[in-house]
Design a binder for this molecule. Structure first.
Ligand SMILES: [Zn+2]
Length: 339
């Protein structure tokens, strides 16, 4: 089998190579580059691209990918795994969600179109785009702060063909955490947390690359990244890249099907106290969180707008703020149970 080439990286069959994609130069002259590990299997097969730290504060995907490559023997791999443990080094290095340089994060449309002459984050996007140009499948690993439950995001409407959608669906089932079908709700969600269309996994699916976005758990123990490792290995098995059968996830997934409903929004300001376990199906009207004022009284009961589940609560800064919430703040994500 031939050498796998992308940019200046050349990887012989049956080998793992680590390289970097040079993206931009900082004001003081530091070269900013994206770390990439490519495991090129001994036999031909799919080219799976997996990204971590698309958002710089969300490093469970980084931990997943650093552990994952040690668990696969390239001599037994069919196809190629492209691992990008830190997709946005500008944000990762400063523990920020978006890049401080330009306020852009890679969950925004940075790959289609890509802009190699744009601001620093867009230049990173243009380098990462070169990996999409050789990939056949894509997984984007994110995470939420606890309390939260791991879930995956499917983008059916964005898929370029029924075949792409079918593969995306199979990837979601194989990953093994509860899948949620993502659509833009009519609650201003796109203004609050970004449009579904702009997500890299949605954009990849629109360009013929079946893509899955996954929200893992932000925790410093092992369960967050072990669920990620298990999920990616499962997708590789499902795609025929590994011999091992698809294995059960570490946590149970919810039965039934779910569609994104939108964000919970606080009416009052105060401190957010979740009062439900994320990942538990609750009836419409059930109280899921309290907003507590400075005298300790409950100023607001945040209720389920539909029957379904909360997968995470939202902090004031995406991916790294606190539960001190202003009035009218997005405080959680809701998936509605399909009936
Ligand atoms: Zn994220």
């Amino acid at each position: 089998m031939s050498v796998f080439e992308v940019g200046s990286l050349h990887v012989p069959a049956g080998e793992l190579r680590h390289g970097r994609l040079t993206a931009t130069t900082s004001a003081s002259g530091q070269v900013v580059s994206v770390p990439v590990s490519i495991m090129h299997g001994a036999e031909p097969g799919p080219v799976l691209l997996v990204t971590g730290a698309t958002h710089g504060t969300e490093i469970t995907g980084t931990r997943t990918l650093l552990k994952l490559i040690a668990r696969i023997d390239p001599a037994r791999l069919r196809g190629t795994l492209i691992s990008v443990p830190v997709t946005n080094p500008l944000a990762f290095d400063r523990a920020t969600y978006a890049s401080p340089e330009d306020g852009i994060h890679l969950g925004m449309p940075c790959y289609w179109p890509s802009d190699p002459a744009g601001s620093p984050t867009l230049r990173i996007g243009a380098q990462v785009r070169s990996l999409f140009d050789v990939a056949t499948h894509y997984i984007d690993l994110h995470n939420n702060a606890e309390p939260a439950v791991p879930m995956s995001m499917e983008f059916a409407a964005q898929c370029s063909s029924p075949e792409v959608r079918q593969v995306q669906r199979a990837m979601a089932e194989a990953f093994g955490v509860t899948p949620v079908l993502m659509t833009d709700p009519e609650d201003g969600t796109a203004e609050k947390v970004g449009s579904v269309d702009g997500q890299p996994a949605a954009a990849a699916s629109a360009h013929g690359i079946p893509g899955l976005m996954v929200e893992l758990l932000d925790e410093h123990g092992h369960q967050g990244y072990e669920a990620g490792v298990r999920g990616v290995l499962n997708i590789m098995s499902k795609l025929g890249m590994l011999e091992e059968p698809v294995a059960p996830q570490l946590m149970e997934r919810l039965q039934g099907s779910f569609t994104y409903h939108g964000v919970l929004t606080s009416r009052e300001s105060g401190v957010l106290f979740p009062v439900c376990d994320p990942g538990t199906v609750m009836e419409q009207g059930s109280v899921v969180a309290h907003i507590v004022g400075m005298d300790g009284s409950v100023l607001e009961e945040v209720k389920m707008p539909v029957t379904g589940f909360v997968w995470a609560f939202l902090t004031t800064a995406p991916g790294g703020g606190s539960f001190a919430v202003p009035e009218g703040h997005a405080v959680g994500f809701v998936a509605a149970a399909d009936v």
